[in-house]
Design a protein around this ligand. Sequence first.
Ligand SMILES: Nc1ncnc2c1ncn2[C@@H]1O[C@H](COP(=O)(O)OP(=O)(O)OP(=O)(O)O)[C@@H](O)[C@H]1O
Ligand SMILES: [Mg+2]
Length: 329
Amino acid sequence: MNSDDFYTGDSEYDDDYHIQKNRHKAQQKRNTKRAKQQTPQSIEEVADVSGLEGGFTTTYQPARFEGQWLRESLRAFYDQHLISDILAQIKGGKEASVYRCAANPATGFSLLAAKVYRPKMFRNLRNDAMYQQGREVLTPDGRPVKKTDHRLMRALGKRTSFGDQVKHTSWLMHEYTTLERLYQAGAAVPQPFATSENAILMSYHGDEFAAAPTLQEVRLDPDEAEPLFHETLRNIELMLQHQMIHGDLSAYNILYWEGQLTLIDFPQVVNSHTNRDAYAIFQRDVKRVHQYFAPYGIESDPVVLADDLWERYVGFEEEAPLELAELDE
Ligand SMILES: Nc1ncnc2c1ncn2[C@@H]1O[C@H](COP(=O)(O)OP(=O)(O)OP(=O)(O)O)[C@@H](O)[C@H]1O
Ligand SMILES: [Mg+2]
């Protein structure tokens, strides 16, 4: 029996029937529209992507919607014989997911971490403009886009998919080149190994069962807090010496493992000399670190601390009075 079998010929019922039928049609139209709007996600969801094809089988069984993306993003590391397996997802974040991978012994490690950026259409970039401002746009080989490259410059000004891809790559390459520079400078950051279009391969912190927790998740011994606070400051200072500000530093972006800290998560890194909000962003980083350590009895004035470091490595302009941007605490 289909819905038209309800047709009775009785006008009162028929009116109801037609109203309902129209309502049903309208609802169907709305559903189709909604389905169309969700197309990008749906394509990934319906694609059969369980397991990774072409000999790249993995212990970790990705959810269907992440499989294809994961395969495409990590394939290059597999082909370069850097990793041989994806063992587990460590964390699925807003902007990226991080996976524990079996490393090729030639790397000198048994495990490596792969940070896979979400497809650009799903990414909710953190206050993009504030961080991008005053810093260069980086190409896939980590070089700044030249002002004379009109094609790229034009793309950046537009919300086209090519323009978005250029920004997406730049965001990832800022994280990668920052890791390279900081690792070489002796900072406590993961050792970077390689990048692909959507992923970064770096040293893994933790063991075969669990990744290192963030500082936020651990309770420090009373006698550990002070040395770890100073270690965090050493890294903040080292970054500033290299004209870099983390930009999202807090106990959520510092890993703790066997008494050692590792600073992570650098895509939003800010140039201390060229970003006009640099000082405010810097001060916020220092304040958040202070907030974490203060309950352990670490006494310090974060504003004095920030001012002192700023004076030493950047310098305040005498004429222009400081105008702190309205940043959320
Ligand atoms: N090198 C690493 N070794 C071990 N675990 C790591 C490593 N890098 C990142 N992680 C884990 O992955 C999580 C997310 O990493 P990261 O902060 O770089 O990404 P994110 O996109 O900012 O995620 P979130 O939105 O959760 O902050 C970290 O909190 C940590 O648990
Ligand atoms: Mg993070």
